[in-house]
Design a protein around this ligand. Structure first.
Ligand code: M6R
Length: 613
């Protein structure tokens, strides 16, 4: 969940690392730091601070005046797990003598035992982190060979890590290693950039090598060598990353979240490009790597995911059951991994993850594979661990999503799920005619998404009216139920308003006790099955003085009598309605959060990618 950048080469390491840390700030942002080797003194200069990269830059101005070009260094932006987010706990951590400096993502589970042993051997600690033990262990294991020292230290560690290490005794190399926490290596000319996330690398090169668990990398400016945990040299293929740098800039928008909301029509167009087959009434997703025969044998689908991806999965359940007649179960990934789940021979497991790095989803994938299941994935980040380990998967092609809130990822996830349901449906009982209708609607989806975005000013006006409330409920039925859950998640994570999503029918089973004039209710009452019953629920809420906002199909004026405010959605079929509603909810949440002065792209306590349990 933290971000790592390492650099060795002919350029100014400080500049490269700080700019890389800015790119990674969305992964963790409570403290930051860097270590650079100073060729004038032969020492490691280390600067750390609580707060964001901007604060680190101010410290650097005072503590490392310009004049010396430092050719090698490592940096870190932190999301605290062990120890408060303050200056001493920020990374990098130095060994006792200051000869070695490390940055670490992940959790060292046996750190207490290691710490006691190191203390008994005369080492002293300055931080409360688990990571500091690693710096001391490397020093303890050092016999003149840095790679060997890191390998020996890592052998003593239980837990997860992505690390970079430098030493003033070897000022030409960075050692990096991975176990459960991603590390990518940018292949450049006369320099090597290492990072926990490709967004810190793409401005230097489009050729990236991803470390696998157990790999140990030794990198100099012009060479990289990867050893397996058994000390055997390994050749890893470079992946070509086709991001352009504009995709990771704000492009004139105030926030990445707003930019990414507005990118949805083009992101959906990219997700469907070349994949819809109108004549055959189906889709093709080559990444699934399944023959029609294999697909036709699937008699159960089990989807695992977390957070917003879990809500996309819930919509996937409706799609697979309605269009492919395949019983589908959705499990929160952590629940799946610890439950000894039942996987029958014809069960297809599907993992959904924007980042492709979520720890629980990855562990669920590994558990499913261990049990012999066919595992498919839907990921956005190319080369991510889940995409690589499943081997069979579909990329969203939504482009990088930098805002912590998932926006274009969920609409593309649902788009891909619709295409998958279509493929499964056409190999089961779905007619060509029905298939063509779905393909036709899918090809119009970018336009539909744009029509929702065209409501921005009207949605902003609703946001103005409701931004000061401290609680909110979202309700919906059928396809609108997961959309209600997602609406509540989006609002709470970026505006800090306490928001809950409920099935509309559940309101009377308890939550209605909380309704009063201070708790606005957002009712998803589109012109699709279930609408009339949801309208009755809106009435029940209004009878308790609850302010009601209806998200409703445009042109259906009778909704006015059930609500105080309306957000209009274009007419669309039931299976596409969640995408339209979710886009409206994103705009509503964004403008409410903006009015409340929240840190929209980096909400408190959150990180883009949850790589620890
Ligand atoms: O990368 P993933 O899709 O696996 O991430 C799952 C969740 O952490 C993520 O969707 C999270 O809930 C977002 N902050 C929601 O906006």
């Amino acid at each position: 969940m933290c971000g790592i950048v390492g650099y060795v080469g002919n350029n100014n390491a400080q500049k490269v690392i700080v700019s890389g840390l800015h790119r990674l700030e969305y992964r963790g942002y409570d403290s930051a730091g860097l270590s650079l080797w100073n060729p004038d003194t032969g020492e490691l200069d280390t600067v750390k601070t609580s707060g964001k990269i901007g604060e680190l830059e101010s410290c650097l101005e005072h503590e490392l005046p310009p004049g010396t070009t430092r050719p090698i260094g490592i940096g870190h932006t932190r999301w605290a797990t062990h120890g408060a987010p303050n200056q001493v706990n920020a990374h990098p951590h130095l060994s006792q003598t200051g000869d070695f400096s490390i940055v670490h993502n992940g959790i060292i589970e046996n750190y207490s035992a290691l710490k006691s042993r190191l203390l008994a051997n005369g080492f002293s600690f300055t931080s409360d982190t688990d990571s500091e033990v690693l710096a001391h262990l490397i020093e303890q294991c050092y016999d003149g060979d840095l790679t060997r020292a890191v390998t020996a230290a890592l052998e003593q560690i239980e837990g997860t890590y992505g690390i970079c290490v430098i030493s003033k005794l070897h000022p030409d190399k960075i050692i990096a290693a991975r176990q459960g926490s991603p590390i990518a290596v940018g292949i450049c000319h006369n320099e090597t950039v290492i990072a926990s996330d490709i967004s810190a690398i793409v401005q230097h090169t489009d050729r990236v090598v991803f470390l696998n668990d157990g790999d140990i990398l030794t990198a100099t400016a012009d060479d990289t060598e990867i050893l397996s945990h058994k000390n055997v040299p390994i050749a890893r293929e470079a992946t070509l990353i086709d991001w352009d740098i504009g995709q990771i800039e704000k492009g004139g928008f105030d926030h990445f979240m707003l930019k990414e909301i507005h990118e949805q029509p083009s992101a959906i167009a990219n997700a469907t490009r070349g994949r819809l087959l109108l004549k055959e009434g189906t889709a093709k997703l080559d990444g699934m790597k399944m023959t029609s025969r294999e697909i036709s044998r699937v008699d159960r689908i089990l989807i695992v995911a977390c957070g917003t991806s879990l809500y996309a999965a819930m919509i996937g359940k409706y799609l697979f059951e309605d269009y492919a007649d395949i019983p589908t179960e959705v499990q929160q990934a952590a629940e799946f991994r610890y439950r000894n789940p039942i996987i029958e021979p014809n069960t297809c497991v599907l993992a959904i993850s924007q980042s492709g790095e979520t720890a629980d989803t990855l562990a669920a994938v590994r558990e499913a594979m261990r049990k012999g299941a066919e595992v498919l994935s839907i990921c956005n980040v190319v080369g991510s661990t889940i995409a690589r380990e499943t081997g069979r998967g579909v990329y969203l092609h939504a482009g990088p999503e930098i805002g912590v809130a998932s926006t274009k990822a969920i609409s593309c996830q649902i788009t891909i799920l619709t295409m998958m349901a279509l493929i499964f449906g056409r190999t089961h009982r779905l007619s060509m005619q029905k298939g063509r209708e779905i393909v036709d609607y899918l090809s119009q989806l970018p336009k539909l998404a744009q029509k929702v975005l065209d409501q921005e000013t009207a949605i902003q006006a609703v946001a103005d009216k409701y931004a000061s409330y401290e609680n909110a409920f979202f309700i919906g039925r059928g396809y609108m139920y997961p959309a209600a859950l997602e609406g509540a998640l989006k609002l709470k994570e970026i505006s800090y308003i306490h928001a809950e999503g409920y099935h509309a029918a559940e309101l009377k089973h308890g939550p209605i006790a909380l309704l009063n004039g201070d708790v606005p209710l957002i009712g998803l009452a589109l012109n699709i099955p279930g609408r009339n019953k949801t309208c009755s629920n809106l009435q029940e809420a209004r009878a308790r003085n609850t302010p009601v906002i209806a998200i409703a199909t445009e042109g259906h004026r009778d909704i006015e009598k059930h609500c105080d405010d309306i957000i209009q959605i274009p007419e669309c079929p039931e299976f596409l309605a969640p995408i339209c509603v979710i886009i409206a909810e994103q705009l509503l949440s964004y403008y409410i959060a903006k009015l409340r002065g929240c840190e929209i792209d980096q909400p408190r306590n959150l990180a883009k990618s949850v790589t620890v349990e």
